[in-house]
Design a protein around this ligand. Structure first.
Ligand code: AMP
Ligand code: MG
Length: 398
């Protein structure tokens, strides 16, 4: 059996790229850019008026009693106006091009307008209320770099440079495979010795939250059926997320079936709780995460190993937040303990309250938790105030 850190390193060392694809702008949210986004024009593209008011030539302003005759009006979206008489002014609207012959804008709030002329009621600075062309970015500047994760705020940039479609990294195709004779579909009425399959739907939903569609399949604990299905999935998908059938039970046929199909076992069983029977392997470009079927084990293994592997494979930053233990925690077995916890910000720190639940089969308890605190092997008491890694079940900042 190997340690959690060894298992983690093996998993991450197999991260791989799955190429890129072009998606419509509106579908690019959350994806990772596979191209640099450049300024197609200077930013702003012209000397932009930032206030409704009048534009003057600064040098013409001498005396607050001076009256400026309004020569013309410059609406936004119109061709650049020209000030013919430098002692006059042009009415300008926010977003319009600063008229030729002017350099300064005075807002309506600082003007008294009477008939076709106005007087300035405030101190004037040369160039005020003008967003000068190219002062944010010159043309061809890189505005977003390849590898950046697209957030709603970035859609502004993509839209403004005319990217109606965007090149992003491609996610692997993923099959989710449940296993076990005791499992029945959600729509069924289970017999007394059966249960409805649940954790595979959780996996599918978590993938959906991560922007990936996973296809679900089921196999019974039957050697021939397992082998046939695995063979089909290996040919069709990049990744297989398996649930169940990897422990030491008499009907846990999956590890043998995988190796017989050429999937190399990179490790089986990890010094951790929950999730000790975790099996991980590869066949060329095909990667298998075989999670133990207990819902809490599936949950911890998926988040501890698969999510960082996926992030590395699609080029996404993976951040491991740290939490402060609020109370002492005792855990005697010489294993890494993924302890379920609720977390709360207090004075800028994230505090974790551990609540153990009834073991890895208790699937109701995690729904009240926020994630796992990773309490590393080699200790039996983890003290209040100590800081550990946190593995959230969902995006913490939403
Ligand atoms: P296994 O890893 O196959 O030994 O399964 C461990 C436990 O998890 C058993 O009690 C299974 O019934 C349960 N289990 C396996 N797969 C699922 C599933 N898809 N949904 C809910 N429970 C499951
Ligand atoms: Mg089973």
């Amino acid at each position: 059996m190997i340690s959690v850190s060894e298992a983690y390193d093996i998993v991450l060392s197999t991260a791989q790229q799955f190429g890129s694809e072009t998606v419509p702008l509106q579908d690019s949210i959350g994806r990772i850019l596979a191209e640099d986004i450049m300024a197609d024009r200077p930013f702003p593209p012209f000397d932009r008026v930032t206030m409704d008011g009048v534009a003057i030539r600064f040098d013409s302003f001498d005396d607050p009693d001076q009256a400026y005759i309004i020569e013309s009006v410059a609406p936004a979206g119109s061709i650049q106006r020209v000030l013919h008489d430098p002692m006059k002014c042009i009415e300008v609207m926010t977003g319009s091009v600063l008229p030729k012959g002017t350099d300064t804008v005075i807002r309506y709030e600082d003007l008294i307008i009477h008939d076709k002329s106005c007087k300035i009621q405030s101190i004037v600075r040369k160039g005020q209320n003008v967003h000068a062309m190219g002062t944010d970015h010159p043309v061809d500047d890189i505005l977003l770099s390849s590898g950046h994760q697209i957030k709603a705020i970035d859609i502004n940039i993509l839209a403004t440079v005319g990217k109606s479609s965007v090149k992003v990294t491609k996610a692997p195709s993923i099959a989710i495979l449940s296993s076990g004779d005791e499992l029945v579909p959600v729509v069924s009425n289970p017999l007394p010795y059966q249960i409805r399959m649940s954790n595979v739907h959780m996996l599918k939903s978590r993938l959906k939250e991560l922007g990936i569609v996973g296809d679900h399949f089921h196999i019974n604990d039957d050697q021939a059926e397992i082998k046939d299905t695995l063979m089909e999935l290996i040919a069709k998908y990049d990744v297989l997320l398996l649930s169940g059938g990897v422990s030491k039970g008499k009907y846990d046929f999956i590890p043998h079936a995988l190796t017989s199909l050429g999937v190399e076992c990179l490790f089986h069983r990890v010094l951790q709780r929950p999730g000790k029977p975790l099996w991980f392997g590869k066949n060329k470009d095909f990667t298998v995460f075989a999670f133990p079927g207990n819902p809490v084990s599936t949950l911890s293994c998926f988040h501890k190993y698969f999510v960082p592997w996926l992030s590395a494979s699609i080029g996404q930053k993976y951040i491991i937040p740290k939490v402060v233990l609020r109370y002492d925690v005792e855990f005697k077995p010489d294993l890494t303990f993924f302890a379920q916890a609720q977390v709360e910000f207090e004075d800028g720190k994230l505090f974790a309250d551990i609540s153990k639940g009834n073991g890895s089969g208790d699937m109701i308890h995690p729904a009240m938790m926020d994630g796992f605190v990773e309490l590393p092997q080699g200790k039996s008491v983890y003290k209040s105030g100590e800081v550990y890694s946190f593995i959230p079940f969902y995006s913490l900042l939403k």
